[in-house]
Each structure stands twice: as C-alpha cells, then as structure tokens.
Write a protein that binds this ligand. Structure first.
Ligand code: ADP
Ligand code: ZN
Length: 524
C-alpha cells in the first residue's frame, strides 16, 4: 500500500495537502527531514504515515503530555497502534508499555524529552528496532524559539547512542531563520529534505489601530458586524471581564473565556461560541488551543500580544474557511507596560538562574518585535512573513498600512540631526533621552546626563515628540540606527554611509489616522 492509500485507510482523506507528500516521500526514501508548516497545516500526518509504513518503531519526542495523550487516542481509534510514555504513568505502567513495545506491539511511541535520559528507556531503545526519531515542536531546541527546552538538547546524544542511526525528522510551526538554522545544526540532520509551506494567509486583512478609546472601537465594530462570529483577545482576565460586561450591557450576544472561570463554565461558554449560539467571545490567550471553528470573521486584539508567534496563531483563528476576515490589533503604549508586568511575573519555578536569564532576554526581544509591528508604517503582512523567514518583495496592497493614506515628507535633514545627536551620546542613551534632547525638552534628566549642552539640543524643536519618534523608528528600520534589544533600548549608529550620498533621502510616511472602513476591504 502506498502513502496515499494509507492516508485514505487510516485518516479517510483523499489527497495530501501542500508539502505533506514531499516530506513523506523523503522519509520513506530514508532521508532526514525538516518541515516548517503553520499550525493546522497537517504536520502530524507527515510522520504518522511513514511511521506506519517503515519496518520498525517511530519515537515521537513531544513536549506536552496533553498533546501526546490526544494524539495517541486518535491514532488508536484510527487503527494505528500507538502509546505514550511520560510522567503521568507509574513505574509499573512504563515497564509494561516498554515490554509491549519491545515485542513490536506499537508502531508509534510518544515520549517526553526528559525520558531520553532514563536508564530504562535507553536500555529499551538499544534493543528495539527504531526506524525513525521524530522531533515534534522542534523549535524547542532553539534558544530563539518560543519555548526553549534544555532537555531537547539531549536528543542528539540519544540518537548518537543508538546502535543504528534512525531517520530523524523534525516539525515546527515557528521558524525564523535563526530557529531553522538551530534545528538543522543541533539535531545534526543529514542532507535533510526541508519543506517550508506558506505562512501567508491571503484572506486575512491585518490592521493596527492606535485608538485612545478602545472600548468604543470594539462596541462600534461588534455592533456593525452583528451577525458575524468574532474573538476578542485581552491580555488579562480583568480586561476580559470588563469588556464582557460592557458588551453585554450594550445588548451584544457575547460570552467569555479565561482560566479564572470554573471548568464547567469554560466548557459551556466555549461550546456556545463554537456552535454559534453566541457569536462573540471575549477571552484571554487560554482560549483557542485545539479549536477549529471555520467561520470566525474577525479576531480583535484588545491588547498587543507578547510575541509574533502568539499573534500569528491567535489572529490565524480567523478565516479558516478561506473567506475574507479581519485581524485587528488595538495598540496603545500602555500595552507594553502590561506585557512587561506579565512577563516579570511569569512562573519560573524549576528553572536555573541561567535559564531564567536566557528566557527573560528572549521575552524582551520578542516583545520589542511585536511593538515594532504595531508601530511600523510598512506593510503588515510583509512584517509578519518576514519574521517567519518568508521572502517578501512588494507590499501586499491588502493590509491596514498598505491601504492607509499617507503624506510623504522628506526628512533627510532632520534624520541627519538625529544621527548627530546619537553620535554625541556616543551610543550611551536610549530613545527617551535622544528624543528629549532633539526637541529641546526642559527636563531634569537631560541636565543630569548633560545632553542639554549638546549641539543638537533643540535642533528639532519645531517638531512634536511623536513625529521625531516616528522618524527614529524609521531610521532603525532602515538600519541607520541600531537599538539594543535589552530593556534599555540604547541607540547606536548603524551603517550611515549611505546618507552621505546626496541622492539618498529619508522619506517619512505620515498617516492621517483614518478608520479602515470594512467596505474598503479588497474583494468585497
Ligand atoms: P498541525 O500539527 O500542523 O497543527 P495537524 O496535524 O493537527 O496540524 O492537522 C490539522 C488538521 O488537518 C487535522 O484535523 C488533520 O486531520 C487535518 N488534515 C491533515 N492532513 C490532511 C489532509 N491531507 N486532508 C485533509 N485534512 C487533513
Ligand atoms: Zn500590506
């Protein structure tokens, strides 16, 4: 039976989706493989079908116990013999499972990465016929990945210790260039087939709204789209409750979801939303895992999320049916403070101080990238795709920024002043001080550090602070300035040689904050 017949037999599907067949064929030909596909694209089948067809056992290394259990249950129901081995089982249960595994009862065994260090397990692995090691959520191997897991670094030692090297395949939904390189290197994949399927969701219209009155925006939006199904994500439970009450008072048919509600209510509210009894749900990011509702017409983020990975995944719950849908992010500077607070208070128990430091740096960096998404005047879709490592050339002409009306102003002379100022600071200060200095603000802090005596002090005093801020962001985007990625955000000179050419201009696009009318959407 070939791969396609197995797809039909075990999963009931007639054809493969983009990328699946290429990965499966490579594995069946005995090659290593790396697949980078967005969530929901169908990664599991890419290793499950080869697992059925290869002679021995496939070990799937997966970080989440709950995910393992779901997968194993589904596989057994489909008629594929599978098991999991993790800390939810007793010693006796594990011994029993390994005994059966050694006899060849299972085709697929899910294990947590920690298990690879267990003496029992290694003993078993050395005697069993292992055809393939599959690394699920492979980005966990990278310190740049969303969930770096030190135990993932043990995988390669484990593979090396086996008497015969099995095929190694890796899967992830999040892969920037850095993560991808890390996976390939750390896992030591040998001439792998690498498949990256598109992250572009063409039917999603991304926009960022900088509104003082977020509540009003949400009420108006929801009322205008009364019959449509939508998710509104908030950063905190308190925000969820407030917004939920507000919308309810307005007579909107709305429900809510967050970890503070008891299990029964969560289930009930979730079902009300999924089965279209309540079109709108206000939720924290606890909502959405494993939910496959096709007709969600909009996802509004009441607060900026903490990373592009989260944003892509949450916004991506809109438009699963391929119909035009909106992903709106309501941004305010306060969101940065809220997120910093949430990150500061993250639970770091069980981690060494070294690991905590790594994770904190990474979190700060990811937050900064998300902030840049909110502040950019460039194409939003391209900002996302670029982040996930997809090459982009032209603006999409179909996102909030591409469709905004801009006035273009030549700010080349002003840009040179900014650069002079940063040169004067000798790369010691952050945005606030540079900004204050340029507009000639009368602030104690500037006197303290002495920038009020700079040549550039007050050089741009006819501009507002926000205009110069935009300019500085543009200069960072274009690489003339570099901002450190730690919490200080110190500004240093980048490559400014281009500016010496008199044909180079720095053009700032100035927006006249226009409301994106739904009717302006392309294809409507
Ligand atoms: P991922 O791991 O990439 O997030 P999953 O493997 O969980 O995605 O698959 C998402 C959904 O798509 C599952 O319900 C799966 O059964 C379905 N699916 C996968 N491959 C196909 C296919 N070739 N045709 C139809 N549905 C598929
Ligand atoms: Zn665009």
């Amino acid at each position: 039976m070939d791969a396609r017949q197995n797809l039909k037999k075990y999963f009931g599907y007639d054809s493969f989706r983009e990328g699946q067949e290429k990965i499966i064929n490579a594995i069946l030909a005995g090659r290593d493989a790396l697949a980078i596909m967005p969530t929901g694209a169908g990664k599991s089948i890419c290793y499950q079908i080869p697992a059925v067809m290869l002679p021995g056992i496939t070990l799937v290394i997966s970080p989440l116990i709950s995910l393992m259990m779901d997968q194993v249950k589904a596989l057994n129901e489909a008629g594929i013999r599978a098991a999991f081995i993790n800390s939810s089982l007793s010693e006796a249960q594990i011994a029993k499972a390994l005994q059966l595994a050694e006899k060849g009862v299972y085709k697929i065994i899910y294990v947590a990465p920690e298990r690879l260090e267990s003496h029992y397990f290694i003993h078993f692995a050395h005697r069993a016929d292992i055809s393939m090691i599959t690394v699920d959520e492979a980005h966990c191997i990278s310190q740049w990945g969303q969930d770096f897991r030190p135990s993932y670094l043990k995988i390669i030692e484990f593979v090396k210790s086996l008497p015969k090297r099995p095929i190694v395949s890796a899967f992830t939904a999040t892969a920037t260039q850095e993560v991808k390189t890390d996976i390939l290197c750390v896992l030591n994949l040998i001439e792998p087939e690498v498949v990256v399927t598109g992250f572009d969701r063409k039917n999603l219209f991304y926009s960022v709204e900088k509104r003082k009155d977020k509540d009003r925006f949400v009420i108006e939006y929801v009322e205008k789209h009364a019959k449509e199904s939508g998710i509104i994500y908030c950063a905190t439970r308190k925000n969820v409750d407030n917004l939920f009450t507000l919308l309810s008072k307005q007579g909107v048919s709305v429900t809510r979801y967050h970890a503070g509600l008891d299990k029964e209510e969560r289930k009930r509210n979730q079902d009300d939303f999924i089965y279209d009894r309540t079109p709108v749900i206000v939720a924290t990011n606890a909502f959405g895992m494993g939910i496959d509702k096709s007709n969600v017409r909009y996802v509004i983020h009441y607060n900026m999320p903490q990373s592009m990975e989260s944003y892509y995944q949450e916004a991506g719950r809109a438009g699963r049916d391929g119909e035009t849908s909106q992903c709106i992010l309501l941004f305010s500077a306060q969101d940065i403070m809220i997120n910093k607070f949430l990150l500061e208070n993250k639970d770091f128990s069980d981690l060494s101080s070294e690991e905590i430091e790594i994770i904190k740096q990474r979190d700060a960096r990811r937050l900064k990238i998300m902030e840049n998404y909110c502040r950019t005047n460039g194409c939003l879709r391209n900002t996302i795709l670029d982040y996930f490592g997809e090459k982009v050339i032209k603006p999409c002409d179909n996102c909030g920024n591409c469709m905004k009306d801009y006035k273009k102003i030549d700010m080349t002379e002003e840009a040179k002043q900014v650069i002079n100022c940063v040169a004067e600071t000798r790369g010691r200060y952050g945005l606030t001080i540079v900004l204050g200095t340029l507009i000639g603000a009368n602030r104690a802090r500037l006197k303290e550090v002495g920038t009020n005596r700079y040549k550039t002090y007050g050089a741009l005093k006819k501009y507002s602070e926000s205009q110069i801020r935009e300019l500085i962001y543009e200069l960072i985007n274009q690489g003339y300035l570099i901002q450190s990625e730690d919490q200080y955000g110190v500004l240093k000179l980048g490559d400014i040689s281009k500016l010496q050419d008199e044909n180079t201009h720095v053009i700032l696009k100035v927006t006249e904050e226009k409301i994106q009318e739904a009717g302006k959407l392309k294809g409507k």
